[in-house]
Design a protein around this ligand. Structure first.
Ligand code: AMP
Ligand code: ZN
Length: 495
């Protein structure tokens, strides 16, 4: 593997060469959604960023195990730091069972993933599927002296952890006072020995529906525990990359590190990656702030910000035009520019298919296009700089347009044209994950038209109107569409 990939490690606060623990295998864990509501475009930005990371790691040859969890249980904190169980609150609101809420929004999340062309993770574990392991980890933390039971709940003891020369707060860079201020989890405060301690296991109140038996009575796991358990269960006690949005650095990821070190004594993660937030009018997009845009609102245009609907690929390209660690803002102008840019790139991809080499090779031109090819990889190796990659693809698109308008001839060697073409398509489609939406729209239209034709032919045959049915078959054959009759009905194939 001759990759020179470097990435910014949030733990060491510097850019580092990416050296996997066990190449060519790479373990990637990303915090997934809490399935209590529809995901908004802010969530989508984070998942697109890690989809791109996963795609690029695969593109440069790694064998990636990509674990992204579903948070379907757990004691969570809201934006004000108060203890709430979002899934149960939502189930009361919608008058559904908590697991119906989980099912509804997990399915919705998967639909959104498909819409934005996100690869599926290789493992998608759920918190409720790992209650046994979470209880085991809590027991180990108690026996290692890093946790204590209080009134049927179990808390992580931050002081005991720091006394062992561990450093709670090292990821988020917070000192003790900031930690105390940042951890205003009032629920169960008086049971805790210190306000910085956090819940590993919570006793269920009589009204609580999602509950499991444990050595400490019936209850449910703390939010941070699931990710400690599931990441190390599938990727090992130290794995390569852990990702999530910046807002998860504290307390979620800080707590994950403490829990893992409390059990194994070693750092769980070699590289921590945090993506920046999607803002709307300068404020983090969030459901609780009431400033979120849902994918459906984007597509239909049914939102006060939007002048019309925009396609999922337009937003995917727009997000990737900012580096993952920079803030991104949704604006009408940004969407309009991205829509134009997308068209330009997709047209170029189409033109590319028609190009052939000319008799003469212009060596300057050849080295110019090969430099663009190399640049694609260089900028991606520099901490996944998709902003610079897209700028490079635009330059390549301009070059393609020049060739296309010059009789579709390229004054370069065949080998150079193949490399150029593979790079353009590989980085646009495989790495950035852009798809040709028009192509799939055409396929949909054809499907619908063909169904109509097949139905007309069927009814002609039922009426023994053989001349109409034969005419349809022959006309389709001329158009290189072959009908296939079988016991389940009639299907078609384009030759
Ligand atoms: P949640 O379901 O709230 O746990 O969020 C799922 C993921 O979306 C987490 O990785 C969050 O960091 C991320 N996220 C939430 N809001 C935003 C936002 N406005 N911009 C980018 N990522 C976000
Ligand atoms: Zn997590």
């Amino acid at each position: 593997m001759n990759s020179k990939l470097s990435l910014y490690n949030s733990l060491t606060r510097q850019k580092e060469l990416f050296v996997p623990i066990n190449p060519p295998f790479v373990g990637l864990y990303v915090c997934g959604p809490t399935v209590y509501s529809d995901v908004h475009l802010g969530n989508v930005r984070t998942f697109i960023s890690f989809d791109m990371v996963y795609r690029y790691l695969k593109y440069i040859g790694y064998n990636v195990r990509y674990v992204r969890n579903i948070t379907d249980a757990g004691h969570l904190t809201n934006d004000r730091g108060e203890g709430v169980n979002r899934i149960e609150s939502q189930s009361q609101l919608e008058k559904l069972e908590p697991m119906e809420i989980v099912q509804k929004y997990t399915v919705g999340f998967h639909d959104v993933c498909r819409l934005f062309n996100l690869h599926r993770p290789t493992i998608e574990p759920t918190a409720t599927g790992h209650i046994v392991e979470q209880i085991e980890m809590t027991k180990e933390l108690i026996s290692n002296g890093f946790a204590y039971e209080a009134n049927g709940s179990v808390y992580f003891n931050v002081n005991a952890y720091n006394e062992k020369k561990h450093n709670y707060g090292k990821l988020s860079g917070r000192n003790t006072e900031e930690l105390i201020a940042g951890y205003r989890d009032l629920d169960g405060q008086d049971e805790k020995r210190n306000s910085t301690d956090f819940a590993l296991w919570k006793k269920a109140s009589p009204a609580h529906i999602m509950r499991w038996p444990s050595p400490w009575g019936e209850g449910f796991p703390g939010w941070h525990l699931e990710c400690s358990v599931m990441s190390t269960k599938y990727l090992g006690k130290t794995f390569d990359i852990h990702g999530g949005g910046m807002d998860l650095k504290f307390p979620h990821h800080e707590c994950e590190i403490a829990q893992n070190i409390g059990v194994t004594g070693v750092e769980p993660v070699k590289y921590w990656m945090h993506t920046n937030m999607l803002n709307f009018n300068g404020q983090k997009m969030s459901k609780s702030l009431g400033n979120s845009i849902l994918p459906l609102e984007l597509i239909t245009g049914n939102h006060p910000l939007l002048d019309k609907g925009y396609s999922p690929m337009t937003i995917r390209l727009l997000f990737l035009q900012s580096h993952y660690s920079s803030e991104s803002d949704i604006t009408l102008k940004g969407l309009q520019d991205s829509e134009k840019g997308l068209r330009r790139l997709l047209n170029a991809a189409q033109y590319l298919e028609t190009l052939t080499v000319s008799d003469k090779v212009d060596s300057d031109k050849e080295s110019e296009i090969l430099q663009l090819v190399d640049r694609c990889q260089e900028v991606m190796d520099d901490d996944f700089n998709t902003a610079k990659l897209i700028a490079t693809l635009y330059e390549m698109a301009s070059q393609i347009n020049v060739f296309y308008n010059d009789n579709k001839k390229c004054p370069v060697s065949n080998d150079a044209l193949v490399r150029f073409s593979n790079a353009f398509k590989g980085f646009l489609f495989d790495v950035l994950g852009i798809t040709n939406e028009n192509e799939s729209a055409n396929t949909d239209t054809l499907d619908k038209v063909m169904q109509l034709v097949i139905d007309i032919r069927k009814s002609a045959r039922e009426n023994k109107d053989w001349s109409t049915s034969d005419m349809i078959r022959d006309a389709l054959k001329d158009a290189k569409v072959i009908l296939k009759d079988n016991k389940d009905g009639t299907s078609y194939e384009v030759e």
